[in-house]
Write a protein that binds this ligand. Structure first.
Ligand code: FES
Ligand SMILES: [Fe+2]
Length: 345
């Protein structure tokens, strides 16, 4: 199966990232993407001035009108040209059709923002199942708007970071001293064939590339958990992968969430935004910061174990191609994933 990134809905970020800014810029699959909010609507376009090609935003985020720093062209929130200083004397354009920003399609699933480089993009409903979309909307309704963010520069490809999330058997080894102490992975029995677990499914169409995994887990409760509504009822470990670049997990049935935005830099480097958020508090709660600090410390500790493992794999990437791999039955999903060809920009 071959996929072109230009045809996909790509995760950008959440509306919560706009609480003190009206724009954010992120490099997604090699393109500098702006999302701009006029406080009613969100718009997206390439960070490229149609005059002589400058980036009109050079900071990652801020609060500003859209004005190019090179010769002062300004644009409306929707990316249409607003004004060109000294236009009549200096430019004398006879025709101005081409002078708007290069706009990207944008869709919000609850608070989660997706963009598409293709102006004739398929509906996002053709990329994600109704269940996956409904889960994002449900999470949006119940997630607190304060979040913590850590940025990780991983020396491996974004595909390798997804490879490890699809690998159930890495938990007792890679996380032997952390996650597995609490989670206690129990191997499933694939000897009789597919055990019907979603980990073992194969990829036949674009919707199969995004997956939801659930495992029952009675997470150790914290005192503060009673102050929030567990989005999915608690006592279940949930994992979602929204192809290509959003991974989400909730170890406690929707009390806390961690989610990662994978932003590829090259075949062996990925910038990762790792977010942590809790469900909404039923009453004003003053100690949120300490919950966040503790959760992100533990979460990043576990996540960096994955990163280190995949940096190890990345160093052997050429040998993997040369010698090939030996998949067992539990890895049918991973095999399909690694055989997938993704044309990046
Ligand atoms: S390059 Fe932007 S105004 Fe000239
Ligand atoms: Fe892991």
């Amino acid at each position: 199966m071959k996929i072109n990134i230009n045809d996909l809905w790509i995760y950008f970020g959440s509306t919560h990232e706009f609480s003190t800014n009206n724009y954010r810029v992120k490099t997604l699959f090699g393109r500098s993407v702006v999302v701009y909010s006029d406080s009613k609507e969100y718009f997206s376009f390439e960070n490229y001035c149609p005059h002589r090609g400058a980036k009109f935003f050079t900071d990652e985020a801020g609060f500003s009108k859209i004005v190019c720093p090179f010769h002062g062209w300004s644009f409306k929130a929707n990316g249409d040209l607003n004004a060109i200083p000294f236009e009549n004397k200096m430019y004398c354009y006879e025709e101005k059709n081409n002078l708007n920003l290069k706009k990207f399609k944008i869709v919000l699933l609850g608070v989660f923002i997706f963009i598409n480089f293709n102006e004739n993009a398929d509906a996002i409903e053709n990329q994600f199942t109704t269940e996956m979309i409904d889960d994002l909307k449900l999470i949006s309704n119940n997630i607190d708007d304060s979040y913590s963010l850590a940025k990780i520069d991983a020396k491996c490809s974004w595909k390798q970071m997804i490879e490890i999330t699809h690998d159930e058997l890495h938990v007792p080894f890679v996380h032997s001293n952390t996650l597995n102490r609490k989670f206690k992975y129990k191997p499933k029995d694939y000897s009789g064939g597919d055990v019907g677990d979603s980990h073992a499914s194969t990829i036949n169409c674009v919707k199969d590339l995004s997956q939801k995994f659930t495992d029952p887990w009675d997470v150790p409760a914290h005192e503060w958990h009673r102050l929030v509504e567990a989005t999915f009822g608690g006592k279940v470990y949930l994992n979602w992968y929204f192809f290509p670049n959003l991974h989400m997990a909730s170890a406690d049935g929707g009390i806390t969430f961690s989610y990662e935005n994978l932003m590829p830099i090259s075949a062996s480097e990925t910038l990762i935004e790792y977010f942590f958020a809790t469900a909404k508090f039923k009453t004003k709660y003053l100690n949120k910061r300490s919950i966040h600090n503790e959760a992100i410390r533990i979460g990043i500790g576990v996540y960096m174990e994955d990163v280190k493992m995949m940096e190890n794999i990345s160093e052997n990437q050429n040998l993997r191609k040369k010698y090939g791999l030996n998949y067992g039955r539990y890895e049918s999903n991973i095999k399909s994933w690694l055989n997938l060809e993704v044309d990046e920009c």
